[in-house]
Design a protein around this ligand. Structure first.
Ligand SMILES: Cc1cc2nc3c(=O)[nH]c(=O)nc-3n(C[C@H](O)[C@H](O)[C@H](O)COP(=O)(O)O)c2cc1C
Length: 214
C-alpha cells in the first residue's frame, strides 16, 4: 500500500498490481491464496485514487470467477497473464539453473482463449501480456477482446523497432479491410460474437485429435 501511494503521489496515471504467489505450502489451499490476493487488490485500490490494473497468473482453476472478484474488489483493469520464472536443472553440476527464456507467439494462445471467454462478461479493461511478437498476434489479442497488449520479449529481441513494426502491421491490416477504428474489431472473436464458440472449447480439441495423422 505504501508503494502504491508513493507511486500515485509521484504522478503515476495508473498502477499495475502484479499478483505473484507460488503456493508451495501443502496446507495452503487455492481459496486461501485467492482470498489473500483479493484482499491485497482491495487494499491497494482503496489506498489510491488512480485506476489499478491487476496482472494475474494463468494457473487459476477458474480464471473467469477470479477476474470477477478482482473487478468487485475495485480494479479497473486486468492483465492476462503473468509469465512466471521457471527454473531448470543443470545436469552437469546438478544444480538449479536460472534461465531467461523469451517467449514466442505460441504463448499467446492461452491468452486468446481466456480473453475470448472473459471479455463478454467484464467491464475490466483487458491487456494481453505474453506472446505478442507480430502484428497478427496483436490483432488476434484485440479480436479476442483485449484493449491493449504488453510486449517485452519482442522488444528485447529486436529493440524498440518492434513497436513500430506492430503498429504498421495493425494499420495495414485495418486499412485493407476498411476498419476505421479498433472498436470495430475488438472482441469480434470472443465468445459473445464468435460464430463457432466450440473453437474455444474441449469439443474442438477432440476433433483436432481425431484428425491427427502420423
Ligand atoms: C527479461 C524479463 C524480465 C521480466 N521480469 C519480470 C518480473 O520481474 N516480474 C514479472 O512479473 N514479470 C516479469 N517479466 C514478464 C513480463 O512482465 C511480461 O509479463 C512478459 O514478458 C510479457 O510477455 P512477452 O515477453 O511475451 O512480451 C519479465 C520478462 C522478461 C522477458
Amino acid at each position: 500500500m505504501d508503494h502504491a501511494k508513493r507511486l500515485a503521489d509521484a504522478g503515476a496515471d495508473a498502477l499495475e498490481l502484479n499478483l505473484y504467489a507460488l503456493a508451495t505450502d501443502p496446507d495452503t489451499d487455492a481459496s486461501d491464496v485467492e482470498s489473500e490476493q483479493i484482499f491485497i487488490v482491495r487494499q491497494v485500490v482503496e489506498s489510491v485514487r488512480i485506476p489499478v490494473s491487476v496482472k494475474i497468473s494463468p494457473w487459476h482453476t477458474a480464471p473467469a470467477n477470479f477476474l470477477r472478484e478482482v473487478e468487485l474488489a475495485g480494479a479497473k483493469g486486468a492483465v492476462l497473464f503473468n509469465r512466471f520464472y521457471q527454473p531448470d536443472f543443470n545436469l552437469e553440476d546438478l544444480d538449479v539453473h536460472a534461465q531467461l527464456k523469451l517467449s514466442d507467439s505460441s504463448e499467446l494462445l492461452q491468452r486468446l482463449r481466456w480473453l475470448a471467454i472473459v471479455s463478454p462478461h467484464t467491464r475490466l479493461s483487458l491487456a494481453a501480456s505474453g506472446g505478442v511478437h507480430t502484428a497478427q498476434d496483436l490483432l488476434k489479442a484485440m479480436l479476442a477482446g483485449a484493449h491493449a497488449v504488453q510486449v517485452v520479449s519482442a522488444i528485447l529481441r529486436h529493440g524498440a523497432i518492434a513497436v513500430s513494426t506492430l503498429l504498421q502491421g495493425l494499420e495495414t491490416w485495418m486499412r485493407d479491410r476498411d476498419y476505421a477504428t479498433i472498436d470495430q474489431l475488438r472482441g469480434a472473436l470472443n465468445l459473445a460474437h464468435c460464430p463457432n464458440a466450440e473453437a474455444h472449447e474441449r469439443a474442438n480439441y477432440l476433433q483436432v485429435l481425431q484428425s491427427w495423422r502420423v
